[in-house]
Design a protein around this ligand. Sequence first.
Ligand code: BGP
Length: 485
Amino acid sequence: MDQKPKQMPKGFLWGAATSAYQVEGAAAEDGKKLSQMDVLNQNTGFSDASIASDHYHRYKEDIALMKECGFNAYRFSFSWSRIFPDGVGDVNPKGVAFYDDLIDELLRNGITPVPTIYHYDMPMALVEKYDGWISRQSVEDFASYGEFLILRYGDRIKNWLIINEQSIIVEFWKKKNYIPPKYHDNPQIKFQINHHMNLAQAKVSSLIHKYVKDGRAGSAIGYSPVYGLNSSPKNMLAMLNAEDLKNHFFLDIYFRGEYAPGALNYLKEHQMAPVIQEGDMEAIREGRLDFLGVNYYASKCVKYPDKEKNHLIEAKSNLTGQKGAMGAYEVMPDFYEYIKNPNADTNDWDWTIDPDGMEYLLRDIYERYRIPMMITENGIGARDMLEADGRIHDDYRIDYWKKHLKAIHRAIEMGVEVEGFLPWSFVDVLSTSNGYQKRYGLVYVNRDDESPKDLNRMKKDSFYWYQKVIESNGALLWNTDPFVR
Ligand code: BGP
């Protein structure tokens, strides 16, 4: 038996993640104009994005906390409308200076910046001008925005995540995009948007390769391994169908420069395939990515659609946090139907808790594409309680991350290249569906949906635990002493 103590490989990136509209606040300050997310988050019944976690004003305090925790990396996203308030044209010097300062402060503290260029927040000006991603003009405008970032910050940033969670943008296309109502009944639009994003991402990837010395282009995919309900041949086929449309459909583009044929043909049969122009696939092939950021929260389970449900049904989130209150499970007719996995536990918002899924997906993706990966999101949303003594006892989060980190380590033992762990989230942020009711952070932000209160930062128990995990480069995960966790 190999008695070498278990830990993560040398040089492993340890940190956490956030995104601009969910953490920064200052949504209309210092020259920034609104993004589609700032607008979509108004009047939801939850908090909006105008203050969020006030990171725009508190980034130095936040970076000091990252350093205290031992981070050597941090994933954040640029806000397009802070840099270009109208999406194109005049640049906003104060916005550019904010990211200069943020990046320099990270570097001064020994923390490698891992930025995302686009995390759902298309400038509202471009939505008003030409319906945002629905127009092909978005490809050129995104490339200009990306080029600006690369030329400005490329001397300090090597690893670029270009687009966050294209798969989720397709699945929740009306929630992750401001879609004018006239398109709402046309599901082809979501695959057209996706095609434009594929082109935009490929262009920016080519620019990274052109301008950044040793630069690497990546993307953060929202990824769920799909399990079949059981060994019934039809259900196994449904599993393959869902893997094709929900996973290979994106990763085949990123790493092979082509659409997964099964998924594309299915979309053609159902009049949902994107319009692909001459030269598009060449551009996509040229812009293939170098690494993958994996956002993993939950696995999915499917069966072949029941007769009475065999029609297009779009996914809807659980908005109340009452287990079982899922809005709707997605159905693609004659292809698959999402269902609750009868063999796995869930959190209060019906997200499956499945650490084995982490090992499964890492090995599965590596088998298919042989690419390096980093975990760019992973975490558990919960209603954290601030106790009278100012502590937050989030044992469930420690347990969740401990199991997922062990699964990552197992995948590494099996030969998968995993370069880092940047879980969701660093401080509590505005949830995409549930405001501040659902929290993910290592650091509590003292606010709720009703009031921003004092926005003070408080370290949760998971912060102290993670600090020790990082210090030991993961070895602590295998410590069996009940007094050490
Ligand atoms: C991912 C997003 C993040 C984040 C997270 C948690 O899909 O990239 O932006 O919010 O999910 O989701 P939610 O906030 O909906 O609980």
